[in-house]
Design a protein around this ligand. Structure first.
Ligand code: 0X9
Ligand code: ZN
Length: 302
């Protein structure tokens, strides 16, 4: 098990997924979706209720595309723990839906923040001899590079040499596309700032179905507000945060046709990206309440 009193290393996270697959073989499947640039396994965990129905709708959750946002993979792990180890309390979330969770999209960057540079954001594939890494959340092929993304390889928001230049974003792309049709809710965890963001990130225009997105995001914000008093800002990425194209959320919504696609920015801790170990548990518990409320709304709508 895991206790949420420390930030786990990538190998520990993968070991936890494997432990769950061994302990709960009828409800849990762990697969290697692909390898990072440095050769780490990007493992997904698929969580079902074990009834053998392989055609259910799907909620796809990922975290850790930005290396330094440590609370995001912790939040994904808490969701996994609740759905698997606290299955009886959460059975309604798995009756008509399966969950696919990729807790660390960018393990090379995540490990680098543990061993070298705490505030590293990007992947770790070299671009030039002196500049490393691409911003995974500027690398998706939907209005790629049009706004809020740098063409400079040293920049923190570098868009990459081309759309999907990174193995890690190719893996998320392929997972999303494999779920087109069944995939109803894409949720990507980031930090920080307490936002529930929906498309578009590339334009201030709103998608025609924006009221559906807004309804789901507001359900999450309301659940958190009533549980802990923590306030989340809800709106389109461009309108409430900033314009930035090439994000996974816009791609999931526009190309992989997930009707609900949301970026959740978890709370700040420490100087922002570095909550204390004592903050992990309260943050991920509160986050789970918001995710559960959004999932319930999605399940009721689709
Ligand atoms: O800039 C980002 O990628 C996200 N914020 S963060 O501080 N975690 O880096 C927000 C992404 C919102 N979605 C899009 N702009 N598509
Ligand atoms: Zn982020």
């Amino acid at each position: 098990g895991v206790s949420f009193t420390a930030f786990l290393r990538h190998a520990e996270i993968n070991a936890y997924l494997d432990e769950l697959a061994r302990t709960y073989p009828s409800r849990v499947t762990v697969q290697v979706a692909g390898k990072s640039y440095e050769g780490r396994d990007l493992k997904t965990i698929t969580i079902t209720n074990g009834d053998g129905n392989a055609n259910k709708n799907v909620i796809f959750l990922d975290a850790g595309i930005h290396a330094r946002e440590w609370i995001a993979p912790a939040g994904a792990l808490y969701v996994i723990q609740q759905l698997v180890e606290n299955f009886v309390s959460n059975a309604a979330l798995l009756k008509n839906y399966d969950w696919v969770i990729l807790p660390v999209v960018n393990p090379d960057g995540y490990e680098y923040t543990h061993t070298n540079t705490r505030m590293w954001r990007k992947t770790r594939k070299p671009v030039t001899s002196s500049c490393y890494g691409t911003d995974g959340n500027r690398n998706f092929d939907y209005h790629w590079g049009e706004v809020g993304a740098s063409t400079l390889s040293c920049a923190d928001t570098y868009r990459g040499q081309s759309a999907f230049s990174e193995p890690e974003t190719q893996i998320v792309r392929d997972l999303l596309l494999s779920l087109t049709g069944r995939g109803k809710f894409y949720l990507t965890l980031h930090s920080y700032g307490n936002y529930l963001l929906y498309p578009w990130g590339w334009t201030s225009e709103l998608p025609s179905s924006w009221t559906d997105l807004d309804e789901v995001a507001k359900a999450g914000a309301a659940a958190i507000k009533s549980a802990t008093g923590t306030a989340y800002t809800v709106g389109s990425s461009t309108n409430v945060l900033y314009a930035a194209a090439g994000g996974s959320d816009d791609y999931a919504f526009a190309v992989a046709k997930f009707p609900i696609s949301i970026t959740m920015e978890l709370p700040a801790g420490g100087s922002g990206f570095d909550p204390t170990t004592a903050q992990i548990k309260p943050f991920v518990e509160e986050t789970w309440l918001g995710i559960k409320a959004m999932a319930e709304k999605v399940i009721q709508k689709y």
